[in-house]
Design a protein around this ligand. Sequence first.
Ligand code: NAP
Length: 538
Amino acid sequence: MSNKNRPYEAIIIGAGVAGIYQAKMLADLGVNFLAFEANDDLGGTWFKNRYPGCRFDSESYTYGYKFSRELLEEWDWKEHFSPQPDNLKYLNFVADKFDLRQYFRFGCRVQSMLWDESAHLWSITLASGEVYQARFVITCLGVLSKKFVPAFKGADEFSGVAFHTYDWPADPVPLSGRKVGIIGTGATGIQIIPEIAGKVAELTVFQRHPNWSVPLNNDPISSAEMEDIRSRYDEIFATCKKSQGGFCHLPMRRDYTDTTPEERREFWDELYERRGFALLLANYRETFLDAQANRELSAYVADRIRGRVNDAATAEKLIPTNHGFGMRRLPLETRYFEAYNRENVRLIDLNETPIEGITQTGIRTVAQHHDLDLIIYATGFQAITGGLSSIVIEGADGQVLNDKWRDETSTYLGTMTRGFPNMLMVAGPQSVSGSTNYPQAIETGVEWVTALLRHTLAGQHTRIEASQAGEDFWNAEVAFRQDQMPFSKVRSWFTGYNPNAAAGASDFRYNNYWGGVPKYRKFLQDAADEHYSQVEFS
Ligand code: NAP
C-alpha cells in the first residue's frame, strides 16, 4: 500500500508521551498527518514497561501534560508516584478526550526513510513493506525505547522463561515457587527486586555495579489532597519551570560551607524522608558540584544503606565505589535494601564472580551454577539514539544517519540534523529529554517543532534544513555543558555510553544537553524570535 498520489504533510513516528502531544498540536494546526507506532497501542514507555513496581519517579502532578486546563481539572492522580497501569490509563484518557486515536496506526514499525530531493518528500517504508510519503517527518521515538540484552554465551539454550524488562508480558507472570534470577541493578532492577522478592521461592540478583539509591517515599493521594494539588497547579508548574530538570524540587539556597556537619546531617535526615528526588535536587548545590561535599553526602547515604542491610558484607556490595552520589541517573527505591535481608534473596557480585554463560537450567558464574526457572534481563537500553539508529534513514546526497553519527552525535538544538531535511526530532539526541522530567522537556520540543512547521507552511516553503553554522554552534554548546558536569567522566547513559556501540567507539558521547531546561527553552525561544535564522528554507 502507498499514498503516492497524496503525500501527507507530516508523519509522526511514535505514540508515546511525545507522539500523543505532537498529534494534538498537528490536529490543532490543521495539517494532513498520520502517526505510526510499532506497538499494538499507544503509550510508548508506559505501554511497554509492565514489570512489577514500575512507576513514575517524578511527582505524578508534574508529569501530566499542562496544555489543557480542562485535562488538569478532569484527571485525578491516585498516588504521588503513579504506577504504570494508571499512567497508561492517563495517556489513553488524553488520546480519547482529544479524539487523537484516528491519527494513529498501530503495529506499524518504520523500517526505513528515504529523502527524495527532487520532490522534497520523505518515503517511509514500514516493516510490512508498505510505503508512505510525507513532506515532514517528526520523530517521537523516546529516549529509552531500544532495549539492550547482553550477548551471554548459551542464552538460547535456556529452557526456562527469559525476557528483558521492556518485554514483561501483559498477562500475569507466575512467580510463586519459582527460582528467579535478575541481571542488572539500575532504576528498573531496583524497582522490581523488592516488589517480587516476597513472591518468589528464590531471587538471585546478578549485580555488576551498584547504584546509589534513596527512598521514593510514595503514598496515596486522597481526594482532598488532589483538590489541593489542583488548586496549586500554577504554582507547581512555576516551580518546575525554574528547576534545571523540570522537577518540583529547587536547590537549597543556603551554602554548604555556611553549615556545620551536624546541621547538614540533620538536613539530610529530613531530605531522606521527603518524596522523590529531594536528596538530589533540594540539597545544597555543592553536594553536586563540589567533590568534597559530594564525598560527604555519599558517605551519608552509604551509612543509610549500612543501617538498612543486616549483613555487613552484602551492605558493602550495595554501596557504589566507582561514582559519587548523583553522578549517574539516581534510581529511587521502595524497601529495596530491605529485600536483601530476606532469606530467599541472594546478591551475586559479578566483579568477584563474572557470568560465564547461560545454560539450559540457569546461569553459570565462574564460581557456581545457579538453577533458575526465570531470568529477567534488567540490563537497560541503547539510550537516546537507539530509536533513531534502528531506522535506516537516508537523507540528502545518500547520507545515512547512522554513518553521520558513527563517531559523534550532531544536531541543531536537538531538533534537526543537517543533511536530513524536513526531519524534526522531538526529545531527540542533544535535547534535554534524557536529563529531565520527561513531559516538561518534550512539551518544549513539541511546541517549538509545531511553531517551526507553522512558519514553514505560512511561507509556502517545502524544504527546511539546519544550517552548518547552527549545528556547529549547538554541538559546541552541548559539549561545553557536558564537560562542565562533575559526572562528565563517569561512564553511563548520561554521558553517552552505548552498550551496543561498535568496537573501538568511544564510551563518551555528547548525547544530552546538560544546560538545564530553562536555558534550553531560552535557546529555542531565541531561535523562533530570530525567525529561525539557522534554518535554511526553500
Ligand atoms: P540501566 O540503568 O542502564 O541499568 C542496566 C543494568 O544492567 C546496570 O546495572 C548494568 O550494570 C547492568 N548490565 C548491563 N549489561 C550487563 C552485563 N553484560 N552483565 C551484567 N550486568 C549488566 O537500565 P534501567 O535500569 O533499565 O534504567 C534505564 C533508565 O530508565 C533509568 O536510568 C531511568 O532513566 C529510566 N527508568 C525510569 C524509571 C522511573 O522510575 N521513572 C524506572 C526505571 C527506569 P552496570 O552498571 O555495570 O553497567
